[in-house]
Design a protein around this ligand. Sequence first.
Ligand SMILES: NC(=O)c1ccc[n+]([C@@H]2O[C@H](COP(=O)([O-])OP(=O)(O)OC[C@H]3O[C@@H](n4cnc5c(N)ncnc54)[C@H](OP(=O)(O)O)[C@@H]3O)[C@@H](O)[C@H]2O)c1
Length: 220
Amino acid sequence: MGTVLVTGANRGIGLELCRQLKARGEEVIAACRKPSQELQNLGVEVKEGVDVTDDASVQSLSQWLGDRKIDVLINNAGILNRDLLDDEGLFDSVRWQFEVNSVGPLRVTKALKNNIPSGGKVAIVTSRMGSIEDNTSGRYYGYRMSKAAVNMAAMSLSHDLKPEGVSVALLHPGMVATDMTGHNGISTQESAKGLLDRIDHTNLDNTCTFWHQNGQRLPW
Ligand SMILES: NC(=O)c1ccc[n+]([C@@H]2O[C@H](COP(=O)([O-])OP(=O)(O)OC[C@H]3O[C@@H](n4cnc5c(N)ncnc54)[C@H](OP(=O)(O)O)[C@@H]3O)[C@@H](O)[C@H]2O)c1
């Protein structure tokens, strides 16, 4: 892949992506708000203070990078609130999940797009919970809405970046054992391996196909 920048790299899926990328010999830039000890122990380059909801922080990442080439940008940072229709603070929760999960990846991609060369890739770690067709159980208003919105952002990005030779990978990591799920689900190792396989297979012909990391195509 070359140089890969991962957001939300301090824990969970992002941390494991960095670990596997380093093991493959890629040059890793691990962007996070605050590094964890595990991330520091990986021996990859860490850029801290990167909050995907904050313009100044993302601009300072862009300035720090200068004209450095990023072959693959992995927008991984995200949050999940388990909203119910009767929740008191439902709308604030929905708004905040949009800020992190939908606007965040768009903000980072917009700021770094000039660093991504022809042949480069933008990956977005979304969720099948953002699939309208796949929603058979309701609830999770902000998470589902914000992931559906980032899926749409990914489709627009795929059209806008295609002339630059940049493809977009839209990826569901599976149900993964991280803080987000109370550590229920498949291992971060299995998920990250599948995600990297899918990114490896992303190109301008299949740009913005919605994939489960296990290779299954997901409905919109
Ligand atoms: N786990 C699953 O089963 C699952 C399923 C489908 C999709 N996903 C998606 O996979 C991605 C990673 O999730 P995970 O399971 O690894 O979750 P996680 O363990 O909770 O980690 C979330 C990561 O996102 C970062 N983050 C949150 N808000 C941020 C912000 N404003 N700016 C920068 N970083 C921020 C966190 O950093 P802090 O430590 O600073 O908070 C952390 O590094 C998310 O996009 C999630 O929606 C996960």
